[in-house]
Design a protein around this ligand. Sequence first.
Ligand code: SF4
Length: 304
Amino acid sequence: MAPRSPAQRAKVRARSLDAIARWHTEFRRTRALDALARDPLQFARRYDHAHDRELAAMLSALLAFGRVGIITAKLSALFQLLGPSPSHTAQTLSRDALVSRLADFRHRTFAGPDIARLAWAAGQLQRTDGGLYVSLERAWNDTHDLRASLARWVDALRTLAWPEGLTRASRHLLPDPLGPSAAKRLLLLMRWVVRPDDGIDLGLAKIPPSALVIPVDVHVHRIARNLGLTARHDASRRTADEITDALRALSPDDPVQYDMAVCHLGISLQCPSKRDPVRCDGCALRDVCVHWTDAVNARRTSRR
Ligand code: SF4
């Protein structure tokens, strides 16, 4: 039974946000480090040098497509190939040498030669700008618009990596942040590099966290729908904006801080799109989930 009036919907949303805030606090206190050990973000945290973290974060976020266990296995193999300092490799090898080093690597539709070109382009930005996200910060200072800034940064990387023109595969690897999709992998990268270093996120780019937009994957989307933060069926750009706007009510300065807690809850429970007593058993958000509140409401109504 969905809430009918705007007042009912506002009440449901307020209860949901309260539950997310409580789960986030609990997650950060007791589970965040375990979750980090299973998250693609772990690879950037393995390096001490800022340039290595910058590059590892970019490659890890852009390859974060598919099941998390497979992603981390593939990233482990990729960083082996890139050696003890990925940024040193990217900055010192020629593009052709890097392409042949990654020639046999593949993760889903992402082919090693395209990843090599992108890593090489990132290395060039680090050499010329002194950091991978310096041009992104410059664009932010000009536009004060995250997606517009990302578009300029993506454009600079694309021009360096694929000067002869883009292919379908290279567009998929480094997507257009101004398109209709939620650009989940780019927004995940932004969360990692923009949010301050809190032992999880990295704090590598000087952009205010208030500008971030939540990266909407299947888990975040499903839980946000279950909790009434969005009614939209597609994991689109508008859905990402809508969920982020809802989270601003909890923290206007840092609305995306809740992403990891919500996402990992979805990963660990494989949050179903229906009431499931087994999977929902450990869910900290069950009291506000539509699949349980509706069932309770329906039972009450039938007793009357
Ligand atoms: S109670 Fe179940 S369906 Fe609802 S958010 Fe939690 S895991 Fe998902």
